[in-house]
Ligand binder design. Structure first.
Ligand SMILES: Nc1nc2c(ncn2[C@@H]2O[C@H](COP(=O)(O)OP(=O)(O)O)[C@@H](O)[C@H]2O)c(=O)[nH]1
Ligand SMILES: [Mg+2]
Length: 630
């Protein structure tokens, strides 16, 4: 389905034209019918002979209701520019044309109304004036058709032109997430709250969970209608009324958007490509207070340029800092007016709805690049601050599943690296650059302190400049890839081993010598530390840490055991417990030490799962298990 919109000066016959085309009076408010003037948006279905269907949005022409006009204009794809044949183009004809230049209008038809009020010569003049009016706009090639809403002359010809134009409109992107700016909210007795809008993109099905943004209210689409006809599924370009039970009318306002649940991030800052109107150049400053018309919302904010205000009418990068958050999507269009007076300043295309991505200069015309290239660009721009799938979906303006599919393929091809808990992506290039930094720091560490195993995660976090909280996910990814190894709490290149100085080796050989008379006797940790302090040998403390990390030494309670001692103790245990349990006293005798050493030692073996306590006796865990099985 596509959306047709009217535009043009007040009283030029827009609403009458909608009646001629559809039989529906778009002026739905009693106030409108009494005053004979459109104040707010009107909507009517257009059903053409060949089964083609479209929605018509009728807008108010009067300047005072421009904000209402803008709330509806964003959804229009085919424009009917209505000009009174007797009067020719007037102020709002031009205003509307300038605005529509910035919106999604792709095709237009100039309709000269009140054909019955002019003669051939008058028609000739207004045709020329109409063509001049559209000359420098996106709709410069629009056909001009004269009609009369009184006699019906030209209406059939206009319908044929509309059908032809609709046929040429590009199909809506099926992968886009649902986005519907809310333009009306009302309660229907017996049904509850109804919100209506133009579904700009995506699909809504009955029963779908959706979110009103930026308020964040989760709703369920209980039933859906387009122009009074119930529907199970509506897609982009439809006029939609959605019944959202359980939400009060007062909690929703025009300006909210009804969107897919995962793909939109409410934001107060947008990066845009802004195109100024010629008349705006003298009004724009580096920072200008503006009202931004985004979807059906009007939000005050500041339009800020990178260096200075533009001096010509070409598109420029700008930041839109809003007083309230909004949701939009890359490629979304908006109109900017001056705060006061409300002069039109220009229009903008949203480059990024994620302010964080905005910190990086963009890589050219995002829209024509492939989804893969855009995904790489978005993830790359996010750097080491890994991009979550929902934010990737927002950056690409595709449904979450699609974004995950694109990212997974890029992970498989090696272009992206996936981090876990929570899942998020960084590019291989970013990952490699960070890993290079980590390796450089490791090399430096090896040069200065070869007796150290590597870097702790906090040290890696500092070296690669990621927050401590995120570094573990990055390290886990490198570990999974086999690019980094972990020993104790030290990260290092796989296969790299520490090396001690001769003095360090001598020190430990001396201090941790076996006692042949009492081979399982440990060394008191405190004693070793004291001697380390007294020894004045470089890096001794770090070297001890390395011995502990590699398991060459094990600290048990207040004592240090050598690996060989623990292997020997295990052999003794296996023998002592081979035929069932043994008491502490029996084990102490088997070890040939005192209770003071045997107790912590057995707690250690319990702790690493070798033995298990069973009342007064210890048993081997494996023996017990095999007994249960046998
Ligand atoms: N004679 C004549 N009057 C028209 C025609 N179209 C609209 N009008 C009249 O022009 C006035 C304004 O029309 P309306 O549709 O409300 O204009 P809008 O403000 O652009 O929506 C009304 O009095 C209409 O009856 C037409 O084709 N011929
Ligand atoms: Mg009207």
């Amino acid at each position: 389905m596509h959306i047709i919109g009217t535009a043009g000066h007040v009283d030029h016959g827009k609403s009458s034209l909608v009646i001629s085309l559809t039989g529906h009076n778009p002026d739905r408010l009693i106030e409108e019918q009494r005053r004979g003037m459109t104040l707010d948006l009107g909507f009517a279905p257009l059903r053409l002979d060949d089964g083609l269907e479209a929605g018509i949005i009728d807008v108010p022409g009067h300047e005072r209701f421009l904000h209402n006009m803008l709330a509806g204009a964003a959804g229009m794809e085919l424009l009917l520019l209505v000009i009174d044949a007797a009067e020719g183009p007037r102020a709002q004809t031009f205003d509307h044309l300038r605005i529509l230049d910035f919106l999604n209008v792709r095709r237009a038809i100039v309709v000269l109304t009140k054909r019955d009020l002019v003669d051939a010569e008058g028609l000739q003049i207004s045709t020329t004036l109409a063509k001049d009016a559209v000359a420098d706009t996106v709709v410069r090639d629009a056909p001009v058709i004269a009609v009369s809403n009184v006699t019906g002359e030209g209406i059939a010809e206009l319908k044929a032109a509309i059908a032809a134009a609709l046929a040429t409109l590009p199909a809506r992107d099926a992968d886009a997430p649902a986005y519907m700016p809310v333009d009306r909210v009302f309660a229907l007795t017996g049904h509850g709250t109804i919100v209506t809008g133009t579904l700009m993109q995506g699909t809504i099905r009955t029963g779908d969970t959706l979110v009103l943004q930026p308020s964040g209210i989760e709703v369920r689409a209980r039933s859906i209608q387009t122009f009074g006809v119930k529907s199970e599924r509506v897609s982009g370009g439809s006029r939609v009324a959605v019944n959202v039970p359980g939400v009060s009318v007062d909690s929703i306002r025009r300006g909210e958007a009804l969107v897919a649940p995962h793909e939109f991030v409410a934001t107060s800052e947008l990066l845009v490509d802004f195109t100024p109107l010629p008349s705006a150049l003298r009004l724009l400053k580096r920072r200008t207070h503006v009202r931004a018309h985004i979807g059906s919302d009007e939000i005050p904010g500041v339009l800020a340029f990178e260096r200075a205000a533009p001096t010509d009418t070409g598109p420029v990068h700008a930041r839109l800092i809003l007083q309230r958050p909004t949701v939009t999507y890359p490629g979304g269009r908006l109109v900017v007016r001056r705060m006061s007076p409300k002069d039109l300043l220009g229009g903008a295309v949203v480059h990024s709805a994620l302010a964080r991505l905005a910190d990086t200069p963009r890589a050219g015309g995002a829209a024509d690049e492939s989804l893969d290239a855009r995904a790489l660009q978005a993830v790359g721009a996010s750097g080491l601050d890994a991009l979550e799938p929902s934010k990737l979906a927002a950056a690409l303006n595709v449904v979450l599943d699609k974004a995950v599919g694109v990212a997974s393929a890029l992970v498989a091809s090696g272009a992206l690296v996936e981090l876990h808990k929570p899942n998020a992506y960084i590019t291989r290039v970013t990952s490699d650059a960070a890993l290079d930094n980590a390796f450089a720091a490791l090399d430096e560490r090896r040069r200065r302190a070869p007796w150290l195993l590597g870097l702790t995660s906090a040290e890696v976090a500092r070296v690669v400049s990621v927050p401590d909280a995120n570094v573990s996910r990055l390290l886990a990814a490198w570990h999974d890839d086999g690019r980094l190894a972990l020993t104790g709490r030290f990260w290092h290149a796989p296969g790299s081993t520490p090396s001690f100085s001769a003095q360090q080796r001598d020190f430990f050989a001396r201090e941790l010598r076996d006692d042949p008379a009492n081979p399982l006797l440990p060394t008191a940790y405190e004693d070793v530390m004291k001697r380390i302090s007294g020894a004045r040998i470089d890096g001794l403390k770090d070297a001890l840490e390395t011995l502990l990390a590699t398991g060459a030494l094990v600290r048990i309670g207040d004592d240090l055991y050598r690996r060989g001692q623990l292997t020997a103790a295990r052999t003794i245990l296996a023998k002592a417990l081979a035929n069932g349990g043994a008491t502490m006293a029996q084990l102490r005798d088997a070890f040939g030490t005192s209770r003071r050493y045997a107790l912590p030692l057995m707690e250690y073996f319990d702790g690493i799962g070798v033995t298990i306590r069973d009342g007064d006796v210890r048993r081997l865990r494996t023996v017990k298990r095999s007994q249960t099985v046998g």
